[in-house]
Design a protein around this ligand. Sequence first.
Ligand code: SAH
Ligand code: SF4
Length: 367
Amino acid sequence: MTSIDKKTDTCPSHKDLKDMDKAGLAALMESLGEKPFRARQLYDWIFHKGVSSIAEMTDLALSLRERLTEEGYHLSTSELIQEHTSSDGSMKLVLGFNDGEQAECVLIPDDNRLTLCISSQSGCALGCEFCVTGLTGLGTGGNIGRNLTLSELIGQVRTGEALVRKGLFAGHITITNIVLMGMGEPLLNLDNVIKFIGVLTDQGGMGYAARRVTLSTAGIAPAIKELGSAMTGVNLAVSLNAATDEMRDWLMPINKKYPLKQLILALREYPLKKRRRITIEYVLIKGINDTDKDAKRLARLLRYVECMINLIPFNPFPCTDFERPEDSEVVRFQHLLLEEGYTAYIRASRGPDIGAACGQLGAKRRD
Ligand code: SAH
Ligand code: SF4
């Protein structure tokens, strides 16, 4: 395994009950000589009711509550250390974890939806040329960076939900959509991410509809296959950003390991539910990947992929030579794809003034 996609070990507390999914809780109860229904009770309290302490689990035998507490079992909480509100209404949250690592997530209100964009790692090791998170890497600011644990993934949703309950987003009473499009590469944290999706979309757990959850990947082809086999029902988005290996090798170095041929094959074989399509994300960078030729190549490359295309005009940041194309150029690129028969949207990123737009998370660490 090369350093570029080396899996970083998470450091979950083995006594954090929020790091245990259904199977984990069942194994714990068995090891303590408890009946299986105790695991179901714990699961219900932790993931469905969302309590923050063992003491609140009132229908759990007092002796078991005491034993768990004495043996050091607990429910961790993520600390909200900063909130930044954008002039466009979106809000970036910075969460701090036990070992000093941080991750950012963003609440994005729209007319009829409230989307939470969450991080899967603190930083990202993949080093895409156009992304601040990637340029930050997994190791700056004295922190090593790592995969986020199940508990930390859930913590982002719980923190977001608490702010929504406070009424900070007028007209919104609940988070409607969750996207794994924040810091990090979710498919390099596959075990925790699959457990997280399980708990998140379980109607006896956190209760979100799988069709309202989207996972975005830089294209880890074998892990796309694994995700497909897990039949999670969530939407898949892929950051393509280039239509030739030469360009993609440069913009997204992970392409050297999983080149386009392998990636496109994984997308073609990905099991999709009826009327669902893969979302292809394509960041448009002026003079780099936004020519007519690029649009034609992209159309050809995606010929046999059941997909729609989201065009994201590049969000600039300090110390980059990349520029955002003119709006007219973005529309021209979109029209070329429409002419080829694709569904293609232009996606404006939200929260650029607070460093919350696509690819801007983690910029403070870089400072
Ligand atoms: N690592 C995953 C999840 C992060 S999603 C992935 O790359 O898919 C982050 C999205 O923001 C990706 O689609 C990426 O292409 C896009 N992005 C990154 N930097 C950007 C920038 N400077 N401007 C616009 N979009 C950017
Ligand atoms: Fe990592 Fe995705 Fe940013 Fe690339 S675009 S550096 S994979 S977060």
